[in-house]
Design a protein around this ligand. Structure first.
Ligand code: PLP
Length: 456
């Protein structure tokens, strides 16, 4: 078949495009899309007969790509940005071109061994025991879901109840939306613990459990190591202590903030994470890996294996008693999976962990310097000292419509992609730093646009 034959011209075409994209410095922000324009660009492109690859690539490069806001631009400061290393991006192409899957030890031992080397590093940073382990999944949401399924089943087993009994998990009112989603999917309820200053503490958890008429159905607790909106790390030591006393599964969601384990200036905030039964961190966020990559680690992986191992006769051959056997597919709800931990593995091996520490500290420093500048600017007001790399602030006199208009102007001028957020019922401005290429000059340029009243 022609389409399976190696075509050097096609390879050059795509490799040349990739070389140019990788060399962009800085990556431009680009723009939101317009459906009518995109529909026109795509019209008739897929039919019974194919097209010249150069023509198709041109549609992508000239029409589609500019309608994707580049989350790896140093001016992308919304949501959670991305800043994958070049080594990681390039190795992602190897994972694709070599069709590297990482389902089982039998099929993919070389890939699984390398992924596990990275998971070992992450568990060691968290202070989990040498027996800890897990797998890479597609994102924090998938990690939270997979971990809480194990928590639920362990809770059922401990309480001796069946699938009909609803169980609860204690969560803070600041937990990520994926936690609420997960509970809905797996048929559990939340015991929502109110926080003071948006941080869940052991004391607040203890008080909420004491105030509840019957906590016999509470089987776990979720703590956040770096809230997505404000970068707040919960009191992991206090929560972990309550979890131990009460025999609760202790899950730590560090999808965004978990990377701070590598940063000496904030490492103490994570004390207590070593008590976690399960822990998630997204390397596609602040550990500079390409999408989609989340690390899921269990203190006792055999519990996860008991819950997630799929039973199918064609899979029996994967499961032997060999001690070295490690099937990533047994530690989350997935089966087929890309060896998505390998780009991070390659980049870590090439650059070393010190380079990661330095890059993470760069964003932390930028957040602190930005907070100082906001504090020193009369018409701006810092909402909270940044704990990690998210900075919340307000512009005196602005309402929600002003923030939105300002955000759109910034993007239209390619100055920055900075979207407003909510804070205690108010619309405010938010920076999420992460890209080591974002400079104070860019921040100053953006803040300067808030000086004048919004002109209509
Ligand atoms: C981003 C994030 C998630 C969701 O992770 P995805 O990779 O987007 O699925 C969950 N929890 C926290 C705290 C996050 O920041």
């Amino acid at each position: 078949m022609r389409m399976h034959r190696y075509d050097p011209a096609l390879a050059d075409l795509v490799f040349d495009y990739m070389r140019d994209r990788l060399a962009l410095d800085p990556v431009p922000l680009d723009h939101p899309g317009r459906k009518d324009k995109l529909d026109r660009a795509l019209e008739g492109l897929i039919g019974a007969q194919g097209n010249d690859p150069g023509d198709v690539l041109a549609v992508y490069a000239d029409q589609l790509a500019p309608s994707v806001i580049s989350c790896d631009s140093p001016r992308f400061l919304s949501f959670i940005p991305a800043a994958p290393t070049k080594a990681a991006l390039l190795f992602d192409m190897v994972v694709s071109c070599a069709s590297l899957q990482g389902i089982s030890w039998l099929e993919a031992a070389g890939a699984v061994a390398a992924e596990n080397q990275v998971l070992r590093l992450i568990s060691d940073l968290a202070g989990l025991p040498a027996s800890a382990g897990g797998c890479f999944v597609s994102g924090g949401s998938a990690g939270n879901l997979s971990a809480l399924v194990v928590a639920r089943d362990m809770g059922r087993r401990r309480l001796g109840v069946g699938a009909r009994d609803r169980l609860r998990v204690a969560v803070s009112d600041q937990a990520h939306s994926s936690i609420g989603n997960t509970l809905h999917i797996i048929g559990m309820d939340a015991l929502v613990v109110a926080t003071t200053d948006h941080r869940l503490t052991g004391e607040a958890l203890r008080a909420a459990l004491a105030a509840d008429p019957d906590t016999g159905d509470v089987i776990g607790v979720v703590a956040t190591a770096g809230t997505t909106n404000a970068g707040i790390v919960d009191d992991l030591a206090g929560i972990g202590a309550v979890a131990r006393e009460r025999d609760l599964w202790f899950h730590v969601d560090g999808a965004y903030g978990g990377a701070g384990l590598l940063a000496p200036s904030v490492r103490a905030k994570y004390d207590g994470i070593e008590l976690a039964d399960s822990f998630v961190v997204d390397p596609h966020k602040w550990l500079f890996a390409p999408f989609d990559c989340a690390a899921l680690v269990y203190r006792n992986p055999s519990l996860a294996r008991g819950v997630h191992t799929q039973d199918a006769s064609y899979l029996d051959v994967l499961h032997t008693d060999a001690p070295e056997e490690w099937n990533p597919t047994d530690y989350a709800y997935h089966l087929t999976r890309r060896a998505r931990g390998l780009p991070l593995w390659f980049s870590l091996a090439v650059h070393g962990t010190d380079a990661y520490t330095e890059a993470i500290e760069t964003a932390l420093t930028l957040a602190r310097d930005t907070a100082e500048l906001i504090r020193a600017t009369p018409h701006l007001e810092l909402i909270r000292d940044p704990e990690l790399s998210a900075v919340l602030f307000r512009r005196a006199g602005w309402d929600a419509a002003d923030y939105l208009a300002w955000s759109q102007r910034l993007l239209a001028g390619q100055i920055g992609f900075v979207t407003p957020t909510g804070w205690e019922g108010e619309t405010v401005a938010r920076f999420a730093f992460l890209h080591p290429g974002t400079t104070m000059t860019t921040v100053e340029e953006i803040l300067a646009t808030m000086a004048d009243p919004i002109a209509g």
